[in-house]
Design a protein around this ligand. Structure first.
Ligand code: ZN
Length: 268
């Protein structure tokens, strides 16, 4: 394989750290070039600072987090609550996809607790779909890229869809070996931390991430800390059985047989 490139596309600074950073870090260990992109600036993530100040603070924090993860940082494209499924954002995101030609895209769940996440997922999927369409204009203009790409959707916030239904992962990634790195990357988002227990050096922000990875680990029945993924239908993207995470991660990757069975019983 010549082109081993992965990009995490999330909505807000720190979303990658919560749901995707372990897998991104493991891909890097496996030889991938990795990229880090959040569509929104995080400008609404403060009650004390102005939008402009918060945007600047969070840009610095996200850059630091990407560096910790060893991923190339891409600047955000819009502000919080303004991730609309728009042609403007689609052109900008498709330009990034054509530039870096990822064979793995990690993005949000198509069902998630807020629209910024849902729209990020939709934009990432369509930007990937448009990679080879010569008549689709990107901004800035970029040559088409006709490479296979596999899209993976992360677990939603709270592991549930907006109608409160539990989401079952199609596969689990054992993030135990990179859990420390994931914590360090999340810690880079200093403005988002609310210290509860100074004596232990832990805060609720870090614990929330830990709780989520432990919960997904329990769902796996094998790993202690895990991230969960659902692979997007291949049509328009890659061959039916392409699973580059399985190839790259080996024993750290576990297909959820129960999920696979549920696909068959649906007649798919
Ligand atoms: Zn978010």
């Amino acid at each position: 394989m010549s082109n081993q490139v992965a990009i995490a596309i999330a909505a807000h600074p720190d979303d990658i750290e919560f749901q995707m950073a372990g897998t991104l870090a493991l891909l890097r260990k496996a030889g991938y070039t990795t990229h880090y992109l959040t569509l929104a600036s995080g400008n609404c993530g403060s009650a004390e600072y102005s939008s402009a100040t918060t945007r600047a603070i969070r840009n610095t924090e996200a850059r630091a987090a990407a560096k910790i993860l060893g991923a190339e940082f891409h600047p955000c494209l819009t502000d919080d609550l303004e991730i609309i499924y728009s042609v403007e954002l689609l052109r900008a995101l498709a330009a990034v996809i054509r530039d870096i030609k990822p064979n793995v895209i990690l993005t949000h769940s198509p069902q998630d607790y807020m629209e910024d996440h849902v729209n990020t997922s939709r934009l990432a999927v369509t930007a990937a779909f448009a990679r080879g369409m010569a008549n689709f204009r990107t901004a800035p203009p970029r040559q088409v890229a006709n490479h296979p790409v596999t899209v993976f959707h992360a677990m939603p916030q709270g592991l549930r869809d907006p109608l409160r239904r539990l989401i079952i992962p199609g596969a689990f990634v054992d993030t135990g070996s990179v859990q420390k790195l994931k914590r360090q990357a999340l810690s880079a988002h200093k403005s988002q931390q609310h210290w509860l227990d100074v004596s232990q050096g832990m805060d609720s922000y870090l614990l929330a991430m830990e709780d989520m990875s432990l919960e997904v680990g329990r769902m796996s029945k094998r790993f202690q800390h895990a991230e969960g993924w659902r692979r997007h239908l291949h049509l328009g993207f890659c061959a039916p059985d392409d699973d580059p995470l399985a190839e790259a991660l080996g024993r750290a990757y576990l297909v959820n047989r129960a999920y696979e069975r549920s696909l068959k019983s649906d007649g798919q």
